[in-house]
Design a protein around this ligand. Structure first.
Ligand code: NAI
Length: 304
């Protein structure tokens, strides 16, 4: 058994250089954890200006990690932060950045046309061995992958926000994903310190497929007047042991994001009642009540 295991591991190409496309909330987190675990990283975004902001965000996040990890030795913490940052280079040209990649992780805007266009360029420029993965939350991996000629080297790596803190990554395979590719993706997820779970290319994968309809149900419960938002949150925290209630979580995720996910799924599965948005959610989004980021959702927040 041990031998067959090592043989199968041996066949996979080790992932040393990771190119992360998108330096936003998720991309900068993915770049950070990859660099923290010793990978060489290239981070790509639309301009040098955006990339500077992403680097500054990563530095802030690393300083928080260093403060905890090297509580008694601030100098070592500084060295750690510098070292990790030095492993992340930036580039605003995805074609060029693809050339050195063993793995490309895409975390750009959630739009199928823009993602397909990007992957076509990447496919034309990346070496043969390069594996592609998307961090999409709500689009089918197969629809993104079909812009490329490397379906066997394509999969999903779905991280959670905030990436440096959340312990899970869902590894998604499409029917064409080869076993070697899948193993490499799992190994990469583990190398960056996450626990991996495997899921087919189905709407929402595991976590969002259960969580998003649950949050939509909570909104429908509020709409019917069965209970208040506050009481539903207290009930789910104390009665089900959830760390956040459904309304706190909706405000954190963003109500526009929730509606976007539900509407996208409903378009593909119009008969699935669990994927329906609700009049209250629609109205709040229309009125700009998007949750924490807009200062008001089901609760109000002090805008930073
Ligand atoms: P974001 O808006 O914070 O970042 C997206 C970044 O991509 C921006 O910096 C933007 O300038 C850049 N970008 C847009 N088009 C580009 C292009 N053609 N080439 C290079 N860069 C481009 O978005 P966020 O939240 O980081 O989401 C990114 C992806 O991750 C989406 O697919 C989303 O569904 C997925 N995701 C989001 C989660 C979340 O909690 N926000 C959780 C898990 C996945």
């Amino acid at each position: 058994l041990a031998r067959s295991f090592s043989t199968s591991v041996g066949r996979q190409a080790a992932i040393k250089h990771v190119t992360v496309i998108g330096g936003g909330l998720m991309g900068s987190g993915i770049a950070q954890v990859a660099a923290q675990s010793g990978h060489n990283v290239t981070m790509v975004d639309v301009s040098e200006e955006v990339l500077k902001k992403s680097q500054a965000n990563i530095e802030k996040s690393l300083m928080r990690v260093a403060k905890k990890k090297f509580a008694d030795k601030p100098e070592e913490g500084q060295t750690f932060t510098k070292e990790v940052l030095s492993r992340i280079s930036v580039n605003s040209d995805p074609a060029q950045a693809a050339k050195s990649a063993d793995l490309v992780v895409e975390a750009i805007v959630e739009n199928i046309d823009i993602k397909q266009k990007l992957f076509k360029t990447l496919d034309e420029n990346a070496p043969q061995h390069t594996i592609f993965a998307s961090n999409t939350s709500s689009l089918p991996i197969k629809d993104i992958a079909k812009a490329t000629q490397r379906l066997d080297r394509f999969g999903g790596l779905h991280f959670f926000n905030p990436v440096p803190v959340m312990k899970l990554v869902e590894v998604i395979r499409i029917p064409e994903t080869s076993d070697d590719t899948f193993k490499s993706l799992v190994a990469f997820g583990q190398a960056v310190g996450k626990t991996t779970v495997e899921c087919k290319d189905t709407p929402g994968f595991v976590v969002n497929r259960l969580l998003v309809p649950y949050m939509a149900e909570a909104i429908r419960m509020l709409e019917r007047g069965d209970a208040t938002a506050k009481d539903i949150d207290v009930a789910m925290k104390l009665g089900a042991g959830y760390p956040m209630g459904p309304f706190e979580l909706s405000d954190y995720v963003g109500l526009d994001t929730m509606k976007f996910i539900l509407d996208g799924w409903s378009e593909n599965f119009p008969d699935q009642p669990l994927f329906k948005s609700s009049p209250l959610l629609d109205k709040m989004v229309e009125n700009g009540k998007l949750g924490m980021k807009s200062g008001e959702g089901f609760y109000t927040y002090n805008k930073k």
